[in-house]
Design a protein around this ligand. Structure first.
Ligand SMILES: C[S@@+](CC[C@H](N)C(=O)[O-])C[C@H]1O[C@@H](n2cnc3c(N)ncnc32)[C@H](O)[C@@H]1O
Length: 216
């Protein structure tokens, strides 16, 4: 093999390796592995529970939905704020995550969390069910985030709020992209905290036209 051929082969292998890594980085949409759950309990900069409170503003008596709770870092913080008359529904595609949240809630004496196994693209709830819906580092992991946003808008009460938290990793949705997807789902931006690589943003459903004003 000449020196030139050897160099070409090395460059070819490097390019193939780079393409494979890029395909994995951008293309893999498997849910977060339960085996790596320990990492989920480490609060992320800009996405702490305190920050979530500021943007989500949970209130006693509300019914809130969390999509993709993982091990329950945010669920165990939000549920007590809803009081005995409030309720936090958590939806996840992985039953192990839901069992984990339920177990931890029981240990903490929290009995207002209801866990439902479901894909966030087809939420098993009626229209206008929730005062708020939130997802922290979950939306980017779910294939077809546009469908998830449409579902969130559907299950939200007309005065409800949607909070999305995203952090830079291979599933991250840059803020500009989220803003466009939310617009298309009929959700308008109310507030955003944090830079594009680590933000929490709150949206509200756009006002629906009065039925009398809708052409037949
Ligand atoms: C990275 S974890 C985030 C967990 C938690 N919100 C946190 O910040 O620690 C993403 C979660 O989304 C869930 N998930 C992934 N795909 C989903 C889908 N299609 N429907 C519902 N949940 C999904 C995963 O099982 C996992 O619990």
């Amino acid at each position: 093999m000449t020196v030139l051929t050897a160099r070409r082969t090395r460059w070819g292998l490097a390019a193939a390796g780079g393409a494979a890594a890029a395909a994995w980085w951008f293309g893999d949409k498997a849910p977060y592995p339960y085996a790596q759950r320990g990492l989920l309990d480490i609060p992320l900069p800009y996405l702490t529970c305190g920050r979530l409170d500021e943007v989500l503003r949970p209130r006693p008596g509300e019914r809130i939905l969390e999509v993709g709770p993982g091990t329950g870092l945010q669920s165990l913080h939000v549920a007590p704020q809803l009081g005995p008359d409030g309720r936090l529904d958590v939806v996840d595609i992985q039953p192990e995550m839901l069992d984990h949240v339920t177990r931890r809630a029981k240990e903490c004496g929290i009995d207002t969390i209801t866990a439902t196994e479901s894909d966030a693209r087809t939420l098993p709830f009626a229209d206008d069910t929730f005062d708020a819906v939130y997802l922290v580092t979950a939306l980017g992991e779910i294939p077809e985030p546009d469908r998830v946003l449409h579902e969130a808008a559907r299950v939200l009460a007309p005065t409800g709020r949607l909070v999305v938290g995203e952090f830079f990793d291979r599933h991250w949705i840059p803020f500009g992209r989220l803003h466009g997807l939310a617009d298309a789902a009929g959700l308008h931006l109310e507030e955003r905290r944090g830079p594009t690589f680590a933000y929490l943003a709150r949206f509200q459903p756009c006002p629906r036209p009065h039925p009398a004003l809708t052409p037949a």
